[in-house]
Structures are given as C-alpha cells and as structure tokens.
Design a protein around this ligand. Sequence first.
Ligand code: GUN
Length: 290
Amino acid sequence: MSAKTIDGKLLAANLRAEIAEGVARLKAERGFVPGLAVILVGDNPASVSYVTAKEKACAEAGMLSREIRLDADIAEEELLAKIAELNADPAIHGILVQLPLPKGFDEKKVINSIAPDKDVDGFTPVNVGRMMIGEECFLPCTPHGIIKLIEFSGMDLKGRHAVVIGRSNIVGKPVAALLARRETNATVTLCHTGTIDVASFTRQADVVVVAAGRPGTLTGDMLKSGAVVIDVGVNRIPDASRPKGFRLVGDADFESCSAVASAITPVPGGVGPMTITMLLWNTLESAKRR
Ligand code: GUN
C-alpha cells in the first residue's frame, strides 16, 4: 500500500477562510475584531519560528495580533503582571504564552495566571477539567487539529482503535481524551516511555498518533496494513544541503510508514498548520462569546 498524504495545509486553508469570514462578520455586526496576545520569553529558535507563524496567521485572518517579546532574564513577577494586564484588556480575547518557558520560570504558575476565558491554548487547569467532563471550553489546539485531520482523511473513528504514543500535557493526554469522547467514540490505548512493547499495541491500531518527540519512534513494521498515521513530531536534523543547515522530520519514519499505512500526515505540512488554525478558531470563539 502507498499511503495518501493528509494535506494539513489544505485543510488549514479551508478552515482559515471560514475563520476570516467569521472575523469579517463580527466586525460588521459588532464593530470589533478578535485580539490575540502572543507572549514569547527568550529567543529559543523553534519558539521564535512558531510565534512568528501564529502572529502572521492571526493578521491574515483579519485579527488583531499583539506581540509581546520579553528577555529570558526578566523576573517572573514582570511576566505575571503582563498577563494580568492582558487579562483585563477588553481588546484582547486570547492570550498565549509560548512554551517551554526558559529555565527558572514556574510554568504551571504562569499558565494558571491566564484568565480561563482567554486561555485559547486550552492549557489552564480550568479548561483541561472542563474538557475532561465535557463542558464548554477551549479545546487544546494540537489535539483538536488532530481530530479534524483524522476526519479529513475520511476515517470514521467510531469503534476504531486509536493508539497514542506520548503522554505530554500538550498533546498525548488531551488527544487520548478527545478520541475517547462519546461523540468521537474511539477505543484508545495510550503508550509512553513506560510501555514495554509499543509495537504490540500499534500493530492493532486503526489510527496511530505519534507525539513522542523522537525521530524514528514509529516505523512501517509497527503498523497494521491500512492504518492512518498522524505524526505530531517536529525534529530538527542537521542537513548541510539545506540553507538553514537543518531539515524537519517527524516522529514517524515517513518512507516505511507510507508503504504500510493508508494515509499519513507529512512533516512539515501536516499537524503544524492545524495547530495554528485551531488557535485562530478558539480566538474567534472567545471574541464571539463576549
Ligand atoms: N509549545 C509547543 N506547542 C505549543 C502550543 O500549542 N502552545 C503554546 N503556548 N506553546 C507551545
């Protein structure tokens, strides 16, 4: 089997066009546009590139994008004060603090200081709790984007077996929870670094979501024929032939997985564009609720 590529850029473009229409409608009917504040502390190159992409997408959708850049050595109180100011700012409907924060910051405390009704990342304990018990909330962007990508691939998840590899708070745990929700109705296995034989689980899977942060975590011999693969990994591999000196690869070995799977997301161009799209979606939702 040669897998079809699940085009995250195409799905993202379709959804972003819908979001832009929603923004224009809000502006026409209520006289304001959604505002997203993006806070970056320090200059981690991957984080710089992510937040730049988020700000660009925000502006392209017609939203207000407020960029806040802070030095890695600022006091935590200064960051908390900035978040408090944004919590109270009526022009801002979404606040995002790019993770990971530099060493020395109490990430939990910082995330907890974001007002839950502006937490468009869906990272605060209030939104995580609401998601777990099925209350209205901001769904976390990457997991929500993954569900949309699987649906876009044509797979009906009801009654299917989904195996998630990785138990991070940002991807693994929430995507497992979303897959198991009644409206999605997949049966879910969550594999992690403590799993003895990951392949014994992935070989039973109709869908594998790999979010381990390690290239080569999933290979074709670990898949059942016709499985759908969602690759969340973004790993920089040194490559002197590229202008930037590196290339991006996922956690799945694309070539061997493509030979066995029925559909697979590429890296880049799969999950990444959907994460940003669902962030815009949540920001528009937040503004509409106002
Ligand atoms: N770091 C990696 N992914 C994300 C994300 O979706 N949101 C934020 N705030 N930080 C991240």
